[in-house]
Design a binder for this molecule. Sequence first.
Ligand code: SF4
Length: 402
Amino acid sequence: MPRRSTRQVHVGAVAVGGGAPISVQSMTTTKTADVDATLTQIYALAAAGCDIVRCTCNEPEAAEGLARIVPRSPVPIVADIHFHHKLALAALEAGVHALRLNPGNIRKPDQIKAVATAARDHGIPIRIGVNGGSLDPDIEQRFGGATPEALVASAVRELDYFREVDFDDVKISVKASNVPVMIDAYRLLAETVDHPLHLGVTEAGPVPAGLVKSTAGIGTLLAEGIGDTIRYSLTADPVEEARAGRQLLEALGLRARKNVDLIACPSCGRAEVDVIKVATDAQAAFADRQIPLQIAVMGCVVNGPGEARDADLGIAAGRGRGHLFVRGKIVRVVPESEMVAALVAEAEAIMSEGFDAVLARADADAEAIAAATRDELIQIQGIDANRDADRINRVRVVTDRT
Ligand code: SF4
């Protein structure tokens, strides 16, 4: 997937643009002045794959909180600034790694330039964070609404103010809650500037709609090579934003896998277990553990190991037992109640000892037990467990196609 070429900025140790890996961002929901609660959330976000965290800096106490948070944070911290340019100056003194300014609500040129000058002197980048819901009213009037052209014009005007004070260490976002508007705004922005772009669908809402909208907007642009850092804006625990962002990048092959990629069959008439429950339990058991394996939960041993033969590790149910397979080979048979625990133990063994060691100590009779169970199930259920062949014959009778 060719990427748009951009200049590069650094948010602390994280490079953005200029060929750097696409980073995942999220934002804390705690009061920034509550340092312990905010740091707890930042650590949870980092564990879920978040590379950069933004905290609101909406009051002097928040700026003081940032002075304590920044040196203790495992990831770079961006201060989110609205309305009060002095809080941007305070956040710089607190040691933040970047600022986000909303051009729609800090509009006085001398204030904008004062912040850009201070950021330049501190060597700190700024994100110009245009938002369709809080666009500068005169730009909105000029363009007849929050159109893609209006969003880009707002960003370019801010950039011009910055350049007047010789500051260009900038990444840009032009977020809208309307997905087609957001996509067109970023496409236009990508043609207009060479700065790195921060992608997001603003106010996307709760899951699942928020996930769908964000993935549609961000995923479309990433597939076109546009975008250098991303944020899902969900009405949910921010850890879900980080997980979603990370998973999107991994799904598109833009970041290496960090956590478990859990796949599961959709279940069908053959299922020998409640696949949804086992998959949910497995997801909870692995959570954000750094086990970069693809792990499969399959409802039956008749088709499961074959359908998931490309997974690193998996389990398939059959006759009250779980058939554990590694790279398609059945290595162990465990009681159904131990399926999830067995998956976790085997994943840990693969991580610590490697695939060869785990495959070398496979139970000698596991394949034979699985084959016998498979035959038994086919005897009981028939080759066609969903009985669709019967149904198709009945359809053909009705439609005179026998
Ligand atoms: Fe799952 Fe087996 Fe049905 Fe495939 S055939 S969907 S593995 S239960």
